[in-house]
Design a protein around this ligand. Structure first.
Ligand code: HEM
Length: 353
């Protein structure tokens, strides 16, 4: 039936729905100037899965995964039109008290595994492959903190969709032909004021998050504050259906420098869902009723990437596979007409050979 056919023919997504891992590397890169750098990055897209296999095969059971994301400007530079329908630069948000900045990033590498050595090795092999075609923008090493606690001590990821729902929430279907099996990802690096946070009593902290700290149970609706983190992050479409994203956040820290953070990373088939949640958090729902968690957390980065399906990522090594002959002819009209007059007797169908 139609559903079977659609399922069979839709391309395999990258490892977006993988569990957060025990260790994770979040690497944001810019592409260096010049056509040579662009070529090197495109050919890396063809090798990425192979590098992941080379490292991942070395130790069994380490669940090494890789997701490669491409920023909006980078897509234009590397591939031009056509482009994924919802790909755009991260939109900065300015609430009355808190700001979510938009920061640069051409490529995202999201590497997850059960041990950090795997993340290190894959990141190193990828950087060897990319060489000087890229420049570092940001790199964060996250770790699983006890029972998946976030830096603020509450279990993070509980209400994530699972199984088929996770695929549904994250993977682009036939709404954007050509980009099926793809996804969008938004990342934000947050730094926490742990001194201020730790001055709150556990009960006050629970009213900030909207769940109990020890056993991670959601507060009843009539006690959960309207400015709590989870109250503002439950969003619905016009028909009242709850909209979901898939978060793979990790804490990170450098205790000797007093740096304590959360790397927020969320996959969605429609980045508008994550953006709606961000609007609720930073502007407020209603405006002014912003997320109380932000009084203890500052967003220092914010970037949006398109995540091609596994098959598209590999195809992109040879350029944009959806660029039609028409587009090429139009952009090099002089060459095309010269070719046409030079081989006037050749059949039209032979012109691209
Ligand atoms: C839930 C932590 C940023 C969206 C949660 C929970 C915690 C948490 C502890 C409760 C457990 C769970 O269901 O996962 C944090 C921290 C953040 C952060 C420490 C960084 C400062 C964000 C951002 C978004 C977001 C930026 C969206 C743009 C959500 C959603 C839920 C959630 C959708 C589940 C709501 C529900 O269905 O109950 N977060 N979060 N979080 N968070 Fe965050």
């Amino acid at each position: 039936d139609a559903l079977m056919i659609a399922t069979d023919s839709s391309p395999q997504p990258q490892a977006v729905a993988e569990s957060p891992g025990v260790a994770a590397y979040f690497i944001v890169l810019n592409i260096a100037p010049g056509a040579q750098a662009e070529e090197a990055v495109r050919s890396f897209f063809g090798n990425a899965a192979g590098l992941r296999r080379s490292v991942g095969q070395r130790l069994l059971g380490r669940e090494l995964s890789l997701v490669v994301g491409i920023g909006s400007d980078a897509w234009d530079r590397l591939f031009g039109a056509p482009r994924p329908a919802a790909l755009h630069p991260f939109k900065e948000l300015n609430g009355e008290k808190h700001r979510a900045p938009s920061t640069p990033g051409d490529l995202l590498l999201h590497i997850r595994a059960r041990t950090e050595d795997m993340c290190f090795e894959l990141a190193t092999q990828i950087m060897l492959a990319l060489g000087n075609s890229v420049e570092p923008v940001d790199e964060v090493h996250g770790f699983r903190y006890f029972d998946a606690r976030s830096m603020v001590g509450f279990v993070d990821g509980t209400e994530n969709p699972e199984g088929a729902e996770a695929i549904d929430a994250t993977v682009i279907g036939n709404e954007d032909p050509g980009f099926e099996g793809g996804s969008y990802v938004i990342v934000q690096k947050y730094l926490h004021d742990m001194q201020a946070w730790n001055k709150l009593s556990t009960e006050e902290q629970e009213r900030v998050i909207g769940r109990s700290k020890h056993d991670d149970i959601e507060m009843a609706d009539d006690v959960k504050p309207a400015n709590s983190h989870i109250a503002l992050n439950v969003v619905e479409d016009e028909d009242g259906n709850e909209l979901a994203i898939l978060r793979s956040n990790m804490p990170f820290a450098s205790p000797s420098r007093g740096e304590f953070g959360t790397y927020f990373i969320a996959y969605a088939s429609d980045p508008g869902v994550t953006e709606l949640m961000l609007t609720n958090m930073f502007i407020g729902r209603p405006p002014g009723n912003y997320d109380r968690l932000l009084d203890f957390s500052s967003a220092v980065t914010g970037t949006l990437f398109f995540v091609p399906s596994q098959a598209l990522l590999e195809e992109l090594a040879a350029g944009n596979p959806f660029q039609t002959g028409d587009t090429e002819t139009a952009s090099s009209a002089v060459d095309a007409s010269a070719l046409a007059s030079a081989s006037a007797s050749a059949p039209a169908s032979a012109k691209s050979s």
